[in-house]
Ligand binder design. Sequence first.
Ligand code: AKG
Length: 294
Amino acid sequence: MTDEQREFFRRHGYVVLSDALGADEVALFAELYDRDRRDHPAVWGQFGQQWVNCDALITSPRMDEVIRHPKVMAAAEALMGGPLAFGEICIRHMDPYSGEPQQGWHRDKPHWLGHALRMDYIQLMLYLSDVDESTHCFSLSPEGADEPILDKAMQLERGGISDLHGPAGTVALFNVSVLHTATVRRTTAERRTIQVYYGHGDRPYLSNCTVVPERLWRDHEDAAVRAFYGKLNRKTRRYVQARDAGELGDQDLVLRWCKRYDLELKQANNHARSESGDDDGPAAGGMEHGDMGE
Ligand SMILES: O=C(O)CCC(=O)C(=O)O
């Protein structure tokens, strides 16, 4: 991470890491993504105009290589200012679209004012398709770390909108507290992305979206990897309970369990977040990411 990149992030709340990935890595990650969609369609759920799979560490174990990509991790760690904790992976697909353009501006989490960049969680946005004015894209309203925090309308007026366009392999990092949206356009192109959220090693976990398998948080030979993945969210703890209870015999059962959790338990939990004695609390008063606004 160069001084210029760090300064850009401080002034805008995001940065594009040019050439972070080699062509071979982009090809590998695209292949993992395509195989995941082909082999595990049942795990992908619809979320507005997107299809998402947040259990990609189970369906495609090599997604760990995206999450812990050395250049991405180094940049995210430099911006966060200390050791990272894995938060969530969400691989997303957007189909060609002929309806009305859409945006849903939101902040995933409140700013953390105790941090130099007032950042509690940082997100990696990795494009695996070419993205330009004629396709869906990620958009953000730039916000400097020393500017007043404004409501949605005022922020859009002050900061305007930056649309992230770039070829497959484009990597951006942004503060999830900065106002952002998927921009849904009329397009004949699909958009493929891998999105990864990182938190601070000593702060609450982000969300209950991704199960972290035991091979990473318990059995990995590297203590630093175990620590990185070791902030177990409620979904992972439930998964471990189900495993201990003998409910997760084979991969098929595992996938069905994940799907059922997302469809039933998470919805229920969202309405009654505090389960007594069970939770050290997700960040921001128990909200899932992405529910801070519209
Ligand atoms: O998929 C996108 O472009 C936007 C993602 C988003 O809004 C989010 O991660 O909260």
